[in-house]
Design a protein around this ligand. Structure first.
Ligand code: CTP
Ligand code: ZN
Length: 163
């Protein structure tokens, strides 16, 4: 089989997880959601802005030797609703599935409201949002009722906020 354009940049992995069909520019937000900084020791490949039949341009994240929990996979849907998760074993894709946004998003996004109980350090209340709408993305804080939208979510998960 002839290598795809993407494979000319980054080779196929032996075992681990390939997160494919990420919206172009969102690969680093996906890594942030997974808490991967590069210091964990896994081999990670980030491919950005490669051609995709479905999306025009897409990003891909390949993580050698790491599986994702169902919860992690679901959270990826916040920034990459079209993403597919490929489990690779011995160079073969043994499982492929689409991400699916969970009904409640816990402990990953901060509330927009500075007086929300989740923003009072002494209260130790984890932020939790109910998904009100998937597209466009709209979440509601379970504690204070504030709404947050896709732009705010992406901004919070952007590189400069975490790395
Ligand atoms: N991949 C990889 N290493 C492997 C096998 C696959 O890095 N050993 C990557 C491929 O490069 C691709 C993704 O995993 O980015 C999915 O692989 P595959 O299912 O073979 O590709 P497609 O059929 O093109 O996937 P889809 O139908 O989901 O677009
Ligand atoms: Zn709140």
């Amino acid at each position: 089989m002839a290598p795809s354009k993407e494979e000319l940049l980054v080779r196929r992995i032996r075992s681990g997880t390939v997160i494919d069909h990420i919206h172009a520019g969102r690969a680093l937000s996906v890594l942030r959601i997974l808490g991967i900084t590069g210091s964990e020791g896994f081999r990670v490949a980030i491919v950005m802005n490669v051609d995709s039949r479905k999306l025009g341009l897409k990003d891909i994240v390949k993580i050698e030797g790491r599986r994702l929990s169902d919860e992690e996979v679901d959270k990826i849907a916040l920034v990459a609703p079209e993403a597919t998760i490929n489990i690779v074993e011995d160079y073969v894709v043994v499982k492929k599935h689409r991400v699916k946004l969970p009904e409640v998003i816990e402990n990953i996004l901060a509330c927009v409201n500075p007086t929300c109980i989740t923003r009072q350090p002494r209260e130790h209340v984890k932020p939790r949002f109910r998904v009100v709408s998937r597209r466009p993305l709209r979440l509601q804080c379970i504690y204070c009722g504030s709404f947050i939208e896709e732009d705010y979510v992406i901004r919070q998960l952007e590189v400069h906020r975490g790395y």
